[in-house]
Design a protein around this ligand. Structure first.
Ligand code: NDP
Length: 486
């Protein structure tokens, strides 16, 4: 392997790499081969303290800069990310196993979009002026929250580090970011590039570690906000911890999203949407449309076309740009997915394609298609986070909408139809933060992204994220002498 993924050190604090080998070792495992390709160390309490102290100390200076100045630095970071896209994409592939054909267009590029977008907004973040009776007036100042903590999942390590960092920094906050222990590499590069672009020391820091490091960060009294991308069980714990300190919180959690395909749909658009919503990143996407409701009359045609298109997937070396399906991120995730496939078969779903672990080193499983899945089956209720597509039959629009919403989750939902009115009716009825018409899983920085119901609180991306990284201060100005009752 030509790429040496091992970072200069485990953590990035105050503008430089920092090591503390007393921390628990975390092996870097390349998912495509299972090889250990390096090692980092979890943060010790001393490292956590150093990172928090650095971010706290950097707060006032960064917030005192004008938004335009902060924005210029973030936009420079976006340019550097784009220039280094190949190197960063290869690192993302090492970290996650996702094929280069994806990482070249969806990870560092998405991070760069966030840095550019929020860098562009930074100079325009102002308060407002409010006229009041008697010449009095109020004005608001949009202030940063302060020290923010970001905690990431393992599926999009570069993107998550930037989706949290870019709006936080644009608003004048500082951040300590903890990546998932499964994918520790990419956030360090984001931090390095921010420094190179001119972000002052201490403004964006990265520490490694497991849940307890995340918990230590979230519970620190200096921290004003926490933004987590992770599972619902972790979200519950972190949200509760944040509540103890009355901290602001954004929770980007899991899903079990529906994709509803009507008989009038263009079959290839339907199949493409289902592929995008189930097999991209080997199914390890929170917003995936894993419950594919197909109207009765086209179930056979849909499944046939799906099997044919799945046959064109190229499963192989993720560093080969022709590859379209990579491995699962870890042995653990592979076991979880295999367990769900077994359950699907046991509970009576019909396995149409895939379902087998591949006999090669690394964490490989075939893209899998089930049909005749019913709402009560485990594979239709629980988030699998793997390449497992379930087809559920339906008859009417009303029935499809009710069943689509009959889940505790509410991250995304999609509809495929040629009937415009029906598409908008369905979207109006979906209980989901992001809806798709005739496609699935696009997440541009310009549009809000986040969940309803158990899928989370708050929104990332777009102007909506500004609300979650800043707060208004109201100032009342009296023009006449103050009158008191006594
Ligand atoms: P986890 O919930 O296991 O972990 C998420 C992060 O939280 C990790 O960095 C983890 O550390 C950390 N963590 C775990 N326990 C605690 C704790 N008690 N206090 C603070 N931090 C803690 O999720 P996964 O990494 O397994 O990611 C998969 C999940 O993420 C899926 O459910 C998926 O739906 C969701 N997700 C949601 C997205 C969204 O935007 N809505 C996008 C992508 C994924 P460590 O792992 O190092 O121990």
């Amino acid at each position: 392997m030509s790429l040496n993924p091992e970072p200069k050190a485990s953590h990035y604090i105050n503008g430089e790499y920092v090591e503390d080998s007393d921390g628990t070792p975390i092996d870097l495992v390349y998912p495509a081969t299972g090889e250990i390709v390096g090692r980092v160390h979890a943060a010790t309490p001393a490292i956590v303290e150093r990172a928090l102290a650095a971010a706290d100390a950097a707060r006032r200076g960064w917030a005192a800069m004008s938004g335009t100045e902060r924005g210029r630095v973030l936009r420079r970071a976006a340019d550097i990310m784009r220039e280094r896209n190949r190197e960063l994409s290869e690192l993302e592939t090492m970290d996650t196993g996702k094929p280069l054909s994806e990482t070249l267009v969806a990870d560092a590029t998405s991070a760069a979009d966030a840095l550019e977008y929020f860098g562009g907004l930074a100079g325009s973040l102002t308060g407002e002026h409010v006229r009041l009776p008697g010449g009095d007036f109020a004005y608001t100042i949009r202030e940063p929250l302060g020290l923010c903590v970001g905690i990431g999942a393992w599926n999009y390590p570069t993107q998550i580090a930037a989706w949290k960092g870019a709006p936080a920094l644009a608003c004048g906050n500082t951040m300590v970011f903890k990546p998932s222990e499964t994918t520790p590499l990419c956030a360090l590069k984001v931090a390095e590039i921010l420094t190179e672009a001119g972000v002052p020391p201490g403004v964006y820091n990265v520490v490694q570690g497991m849940g307890e490091v995340g918990a230590a960060l979230v519970s620190d009294p200096r921290v004003a906000k926490v933004s987590l991308t992770g599972s619902v069980p972790t979200g519950r714990k972190v949200y509760a911890m944040a509540a103890q300190g009355m901290k602001h919180a954004t929770m980007e959690l899991g899903g079990k999203s529906p994709l509803v395909i009507f008989e009038d749909a263009d079959l290839d658009i339907a199949v493409s949407s289902a592929i995008l919503g189930n097999f991209y990143s080997t199914g390890q996407v929170c917003s995936n449309g894993t419950r594919v409701f197909v109207q009765e009359g086209i179930v056979d045609a849909f499944c046939d076309r799906m099997v044919e298109r799945m046959g064109r997937a190229v499963i192989g070396d993720p560093m080969d740009e022709a590859t379209t399906i990579g491995p699962m991120v870890s042995a653990r995730q592979l076991d979880i997915v295999e367990g769900y496939i077994r359950k699907g078969i046991e509970e009576g779903a019909e396995l149409v394609a895939g379902g087998r672990r591949l006999n090669r080193p690394g964490f490989w499983i075939e893209p899998t298609l089930f049909r005749n899945v019913t709402d009560d089956m485990t594979i239709a209720r629980e988030e699998i986070f793997g390449p497992v597509l379930s087809v559920l039959n339906f008859r009417t629009e009303d029935e499809a909408l009710k069943r689509a919403n009959a889940t505790e989750f509410g991250l995304a939902a999609g509809v495929v139809t040629r009937d415009l009115s029906r598409a908008h009716r369905m979207v109006a009825g979906f209980e989901a933060g992001t809806c798709y018409i005739n496609t699935f899983n696009n997440a541009p920085v310009e549009a809000p992204f986040g969940g309803m119901k158990m899928s989370g609180v708050g929104r990332e991306n777009s102007r909506a994220a500004i609300e979650h990284y800043s707060q208004p201060k109201s100032v009342y100005v009296a023009m006449a002498p103050a009158e008191a009752p006594f």
